[in-house]
Design a protein around this ligand. Structure first.
Ligand SMILES: N[C@@H](CCC(=O)N[C@@H](CS)C(=O)NCC(=O)O)C(=O)O
Length: 253
């Protein structure tokens, strides 16, 4: 059995998708990051970086328990545990890993910053502009890649797709009206939306999305101070007076 420490974000959604795709037995524990549960000592013992997702596998190869944090490391671990969605050798393995890394180092951080500035600091024109451009560049990259291959890693569905799908779904549902290039079905990205619809139709993905969508975001229950703590701003900023960033904003989209 695998325990998943979770919340609603795309980085966690990848792991639900993978667990369902691999038909693994799991139990999810919701970590309320707005209430600071990620900073509790028992959670930090699992991930000293105080972030979800984390898994604890009670039946790893070799016995004992195996704890893993970082969504990319978790996906690779689960692939190797089940021999699924990541070739064990050869150039296709590295194709998949390359596109997994594009998600981990590009799509996640850039879309994450886009979301942050658009939702919580929309008066910061530079941040909004920079991350809108970064996100648009990534949409073009994904569509171009998928114009040549059925899936991001090549011919077969892989952890690169599993990692990327929740981010595109998140953007389309949150910014459908406000940011045209993120709109679901946008004809400027025909290959991206062909790929997206195919993944959305998978039985395991539908099962995962049902579980994911049954957990509402706890953000609306957070106080301005709790938001400042997660965002590292206000009295939590390393340098509160620098850059005029001593800002508390509760605006949400
Ligand atoms: N690189 C990490 C990112 C994880 C991450 O940013 N988790 C967020 C939720 S999406 C979190 O736990 N935030 C709590 C905090 O920053 O205090 C991964 O891919 O697992």
């Amino acid at each position: 059995m695998i325990e998943l420490y979770a919340m609603v974000s795309p980085n966690v959604q990848k792991i639900y998708l993978m667990l369902e795709e691999c038909d693994l037995d799991y139990r999810a524990h919701q970590v309320n990051i707005w209430k600071g549960e990620q900073f509790a000592s028992d959670f930090r013992a699992l991930n000293p970086n105080s972030k979800v997702p984390v898994i604890v596998d009670h039946t790893p190869f070799g016995g004992g328990t195996q704890t893993i944090f970082e969504s990319g490391a978790i996906l690779i671990y689960l692939s190797e545990k089940t021999s699924r969605f990541l070739p064990s050798s050869g150039s296709t393995r590295y194709e998949v890993l390359q596109w997994l890394m594009i998600q981990l180092t590009g799509i996640g951080p850039m879309f994450g910053q886009f979301n942050h500035f658009r939702r919580f600091a929309s008066d910061n024109a530079y941040g909004v502009s920079r991350y809108t451009t970064q996100a648009a560049t990534l949409y073009r990259l994904i569509d171009d890649r998928l114009s040549q291959h059925n899936f991001l890693g090549g011919d077969d569905y892989s952890i690169a797709d599993i990692a990327t799908f929740p981010w595109l779904r998140n953007q389309a549902s949150r910014f459908n009206e406000a940011q045209s290039f993120m709109r679901a079905g946008n004809p400027d990205y025909p290959h991206l939306w062909r790929w997206f619809d195919g993944i959305a139709a998978r039985a395991a993905v539908q099962r995962a999305l049902q579980v994911i969508d049954s957990h509402p975001s706890t953000l609306p229950t957070s106080t301005p101070d709790e938001m400042d703590r997660v965002f590292g701003r206000g009295r939590y900023a390393a340098s509160p007076d620098a850059w005029g960033m001593n800002v508390t904003s509760t605006s949400s989209l």
